[in-house]
Design a protein around this ligand. Structure first.
Ligand code: NI
Length: 237
């Protein structure tokens, strides 16, 4: 039985390599031909993802919540049926607990961006860990879920921060500098010109221009066949 299972696995892996080497334009219908009987649902989903030409990207928003712009963004995303990831700055939460609850209810992923906006690699391990823990605790108290994803401010990170061994550090690979340009046009153009499947896009929901740009990008890229996922969904692939 074990030998048979191993054989199936090898055949399955060879199939994947073979199909990948072939052509991009395999259809879903054709994919099913290459799946061994007994492949579990997860394996089927994986193959489907690889060949359906899924153009997945993750929008991420740091430094919020903001009392006006974050709800505006949440409304826009809800209307479009799009999920994003929010890296919350702990010190911005007081009085905006309802916004965090709404995020959770809407299906967004909530991550940790520290309590204050400190450069964690320059802090003592104790301070950095306190920052992370204080924010994790606050988010958990409000939403009932302890964050598993961490984006350190400035992407500045120290591997020795052992307090985060149970967290995944998420950086980004597309940065339109929205906080600097504060221009809807520039942010939209930057993203639309460079975006590729699998990208993690860095934005900040504390500027009205960033919120407007994000929603415009969602509309344009949706028409181009992109789908928007949370970083945990993207990182599974
Ligand atoms: Ni930040």
């Amino acid at each position: 039985m074990k030998w048979k299972a191993a054989c199936l696995l090898v055949v399955f892996i060879l199939d994947i390599i073979f199909i990948k080497a072939m052509h991009q334009s395999y259809t879903d219908a054709k994919n099913t031909l290459f799946l061994p009987a007994g492949a579990d649902a997860e394996a089927r989903d994986e193959v489907r993802r690889q060949f359906s030409g899924d153009k997945q990207i993750a929008l991420t928003f740091d430094d919020g919540p903001h009392s006006v712009y974050t709800p505006r963004l949440l409304d826009g995303l809800r209307k479009r049926g799009v999920h994003a990831t929010f890296f919350i700055l702990g010190e911005n939460v007081e009085g905006k607990e309802a916004i965090l609850k709404q995020m959770k209810e809407d299906g967004h992923l909530i991550g940790n961006h520290g309590y204050t906006h400190v450069q964690m690699s320059k802090e003592s391990v104790l301070t950095a860990c306190q920052q992370i823990e204080q924010n994790n605790r606050q988010i958990e108290e409000i939403t009932g879920t302890r964050p598993e994803y961490l984006r350190p401010p400035y992407g500045s990170w120290n591997d020795e921060l052992e307090c985060t061994t149970d967290m995944t550090v998420v950086l980004w690979n597309l940065d339109p500098l929205d906080w600097k340009t504060k221009s809807v046009k520039k942010v939209v153009r930057y993203i639309e010109k460079r975006v590729e499947p699998g990208d993690i896009i860095l934005l900040h929901d504390v500027y009205p221009t960033s919120v407007e740009a994000a929603l415009e990008v969602v509309d344009t890229l949706t028409k181009q066949g992109y789908t928007f996922v949370t970083v945990d969904e993207l990182l599974i692939d």
